[in-house]
Design a protein around this ligand. Structure first.
Ligand SMILES: Nc1ncnc2c1ncn2[C@@H]1O[C@H](COP(=O)(O)OP(=O)(O)OP(=O)(O)O)[C@@H](O)[C@H]1O
Length: 353
């Protein structure tokens, strides 16, 4: 296998990538007679007023978005913003109150019990914060559990489980019991178990929040590596902005049940949709996230146009050296076309915040 640079790892799927999950006008209202709230003026009330008047909580309000095949799609927001409810509606672990969830064009809200079980067994897999491992089963048997439920033969599931064990870096631990492993290792088992069934979509519900920061960072890198190797669609819930920026091809930001922004990490940081998102991203190092596209300017009359050349998607921090060393502006080009220039002033402005 050839080594891949971090810049290559973070290439998002292109706009041409087919949509795998298309969510349209999705509502989830908890409480009595929830359907009289969804899509009506009552849903405009503040949470406390709605609760007082109807006894209901509008956890997800009119959410529409599409997830492309192969992307890491992060759902982010503060506690109580509706992240878990939204994502659980996608697998119907929570029953939506209204709206559509189209998986490859088929509305999973119309699936009957048997169809839904098949979907969850074959096309979806989940990784949870508290691992959800079976304590009396060895690691290999935990990994192969989903295959066993599916009726896969013993030899085949043993082979697949061993393959997954190796993939997540736990070679040699197959006969251990979960409580003999550290938290990070148990979460690797959770990942291996989810991957074993070869799902189309992997759901992660705050999988690393119980881990200490160093292990958490390792696990984030592990997800990036696995995503590169297996190329699955991943839907990842987190309340941690740095995790969202690191993992997400795109990020959906929620507040009070509403989607306030959906965009790439540089869009969320470079063009926050409102004050809530602006506050979220306030302390992010812009040089680490934004690309030259965000700071280039049209060339002026006095600009020499024979400086070094860089692409618009180069992250600013990776361009600092080139720009500051050049005695003329860096030309930002794509397919031979000059899009703009970046000089020391633009770079220093970002670095100085
Ligand atoms: N089963 C339920 N019954 C009633 N209200 C619920 C239920 N589940 C969630 N809620 C409410 O819906 C809102 C959204 O909750 P949700 O758990 O989806 O938020 P979240 O962003 O995932 O938060 P956290 O990060 O704390 O898990 C909250 O006000 C919560 O109290």
């Amino acid at each position: 296998m050839t080594a891949t640079s971090p810049a290559e790892l973070s290439q998002p799927p292109t706009d041409e990538e087919p949509v795998i999950l298309d969510v349209r006008n999705l509502w989830k209202v908890f409480g009595p007679r929830a359907d009289r709230v969804a899509g009506t003026p009552l849903a405009e009330l503040s949470r406390s007023e709605l609760k007082e008047r109807t006894g209901c909580v509008a956890a997800v309000r009119d959410a529409s978005f599409a997830v492309r095949r192969g992307e890491v799609f992060v759902v982010m927001g503060l506690s109580g913003s509706g992240k878990s409810t939204l994502v659980r509606c996608l697998t119907r672990l929570v029953e939506p109150t209204a709206g559509e969830v189209l998986l490859d064009g088929q509305d999973i809200r119309l699936a009957g019990g048997k169809e839904l079980r098949e979907l969850r067994r074959r096309r979806f897999a989940m990784v949870f914060q508290h691992f959800g491992l079976l304590p009396h089963r060895r690691v290999l048997d935990n990994i192969s559990y989903g295959l066993e439920i599916r009726g896969t033969g013993k030899d085949a599931r043993g082979r697949r489980a061993t393959e997954m064990l190796d993939l997540v870096g736990l070679t040699g631990y197959g006969d251990s019991y979960p409580d003999q492993l550290s938290g990070g290792m148990q979460q690797r088992v959770g990942l291996a178990r989810a991957l074993a069934v070869d799902p189309e979509v992997l759901f992660f519900d705050e999988p690393f929040s119980a881990l200490d920061p160093l292990i958490r960072r390792d696990m984030q890198n592990e997800v990036i590596r696995l995503h590169r190797e297996v190329g699955k669609t991943m839907i990842f819930i987190t309340h941690d902005l740095s995790e969202a920026l690191k993992l997400g091809d795109r990020i959906l930001v929620m507040r009070d049940g509403l989607i306030v922004q959906t965009g790439t990490p540089d869009e969320v940081v470079g063009a926050p949709a409102d004050d809530y998102v602006r506050e979220f991203v306030r302390d992010v190092s812009r040089a680490q996230v934004l690309t030259l596209r965000w700071i280039m300017r049209p060339p002026g009359d006095g600009d020499a146009l024979d400086g070094p050349e860089l692409g618009p998607d180069v992250v600013i921090k990776d361009a600092v050296h080139t720009v500051l060393r050049a005695d003329r502006p860096v030309r930002v080009t794509a397919d031979g076309e000059l899009l703009g220039v970046v000089g020391s002033a633009e770079i220093l402005e970002v670095i100085a915040g």
